[in-house]
Ligand binder design. Structure first.
Ligand code: ATP
Ligand code: FE
Length: 367
């Protein structure tokens, strides 16, 4: 089985061709970091127009790499021969961005009479941990999804079946990394590594002293200490207030590094504590998890990985993280989620629309 996956939910225009045994035959990903950096954040209308400009060539290039649908020198395509289905991110994400990928995928699938699989972006972030692993990453497992738009824990009972445990009450962890990087005036990484400001902050933190600035671990006191939810706005505000009080100077590299290190440590500690509570909650639900799957862009952070590895060790299960390039947004995970859903007989009509806000738990009702 060979599936074409298309991802346009945020600021990456990506396409990939993946096989049922987890081989990536072709992959293209055009980041838009350079386009959004000047605005200090992602501009939805700009993202959509970049997707619109790129989607055709991105899909064509992924297919060519895979040796399907390519032009045999004549400049004309052989169509989608060799592709068994088209998978596409249906949500959650930015409406105008989702529309571009969805329209492309629906048209390709309908014209070629192929099954269409609408993929939940967060399910794709989680399921890609199973790609090419045989049965090593088995259900049920605890997912910890830490990205630019989400910070959540859930039990994955199987494909399409999730029970939510914790979620952020305000900002996502990725957003906090991005905003703190901005307070520190750390330039975004405009290289093609897909890391964005969070990855730049991690590099800065490597040289820093995490103990120089006191950083409050969120929800550590009071009634919220027992909740598996997350909160990152207070931590972000704390850094902002330090800067307003001139406790550090973002023009001084030493200050930048120390604040970055302190923030990163507090964020990782928060993720560790709340993930530990989520694991306990899963046990209380009578679920014997086989592993902890951590994914999403922030999981490419080594301090975050180490924190989550400590939880897994305490639970006596392995921590399973996709490689960093599959943690950030990509189309391989969309193609793979498409394969997993196809295997369960979950395909969609050519008439499906995008779903902008889409809790993982609601998946069951959508298929
Ligand atoms: P969602 O998946 O919720 O829709 P998204 O797709 O935008 O959001 P991802 O691409 O999974 O999110 O992750 C992007 C986030 O990960 C950004 O906030 C980025 O700063 C952060 N990030 C990437 N690399 C690192 C790193 N090494 N350390 C910390 N944060 C990082
Ligand atoms: Fe994502």
């Amino acid at each position: 089985i060979v599936v074409l996956g298309i991802e346009t939910s945020c600021d990456d225009t990506a396409a990939a061709v993946v096989t049922g045994d987890g081989c990536v035959l072709g992959e293209t990903n055009r980041h838009q970091h350079a386009a959004h950096e000047a605005f200090g954040g992602i501009v939805p209308s700009l993202a959509a127009s970049h997707h619109m400009a790129s989607v055709g060539e991105v899909v064509r290039d992924a297919l060519r790499q895979a040796g399907v649908g390519g032009s045999g020198g004549s400049g004309r395509s052989d169509g989608l021969a060799g592709i068994d289905a088209v998978a596409v991110t249906r949500g959650p994400g930015m409406a105008a961005s989702l529309c571009v990928g969805l329209a492309a995928a629906k048209t390709l699938a309908a014209v070629h009479g192929l099954p269409l699989v609408g993929v939940h972006h967060m399910e794709a972030h989680a399921l890609v941990a199973r790609m090419g692993r045989g049965g090593a990453v088995a259900f049920p497992f605890l997912c910890v999804l830490v990205s630019g738009g989400h910070t959540l824990t859930a039990v994955a009972h199987g494909v399409n079946a999730y029970t939510a445990i914790g979620a952020t009450r305000d900002d996502s962890a990725g957003d906090a990394f991005d905003k703190v990087a901005r307070e520190l005036r750390i330039p975004w990484l405009t290289t093609q590594d897909g890391g964005g400001p969070g990855a730049a902050l991690e590099r800065m933190a490597a040289a820093g002293d995490a103990a120089r600035f006191a950083m409050p671990v969120p929800m550590d006191k009071s009634a919220s200490a027992a909740s598996p939810d997350f909160s990152f706005s207070g931590l972000k505000e704390h850094v902002r207030s330090l800067r307003r009080a001139n406790a550090f100077d973002p023009a001084i590299p030493r200050d930048q590094a120390d604040v970055a290190a302190a923030f990163q440590r507090a964020a990782a500690t928060h993720l560790r504590k709340k993930t530990a509570l989520a694991a306990r909650r899963a046990r209380d639900m009578g679920v014997a998890i086989t592993c902890i799957v951590a994914a999403g862009g922030v999981v490419s952070n080594h301090a975050v990985r180490a924190a989550l590895a400590a939880v897994a060790a305490a639970e006596g299960v392995p921590l399973e993280c996709p490689p960093p390039r599959l943690c950030a947004d990509n189309a391989v995970m969309v193609a793979w989620a498409g394969i997993e859903r196809l295997r369960c007989g979950l395909t969609d009509a050519y008439t499906i629309d995008f779903i902008q806000r889409w809790p993982l738990e609601a998946l069951k009702g959508t298929a």
